[in-house]
Design a protein around this ligand. Sequence first.
Ligand code: ZN
Length: 156
Amino acid sequence: MAGLEDLYREIILDHYKNPRHKGDLEPPAHSCKGFNPLCGDEVVISVQVDDGVLSDIRFSGQGCSISQSSASMMSAAVQGRSLDEVADLTRSFKSMMSIEAEDGEQDAEVNIRELGDLAALQGVQKFPTRIKCATLAWNTLSQALDELANGATADD
Ligand code: ZN
């Protein structure tokens, strides 16, 4: 399977070197910062939600290739999706990372195809210390959406 792992490594490096959706959004978009002290990774996720749809997303940050490429892949995957679809994708990604959903719901199987480029990160689950790198952007996105749902303003 060396060929597949090479392909995955190329996809990860491509997102790291040529990040999609890099940048910030102006208010009323909401931003949230995440930090992974285990590795020193930082991401800031900015989200714009209109009528239950994640209409725009940008990220910035610094850190290892896993954390930054995950943020890039995630942004490309969730832009334009409904919040329900975003929640489903988040659950699928965390299942791929062998993290059980917080509500205790065990996903029967992960639709790898639905995850697109994100499937390139599935090898990370073999390295438990890197899982937090891969999930940092997702946790930060969830936090940003939670804060928006709870009425956060752009000044928070
Ligand atoms: Zn990292």
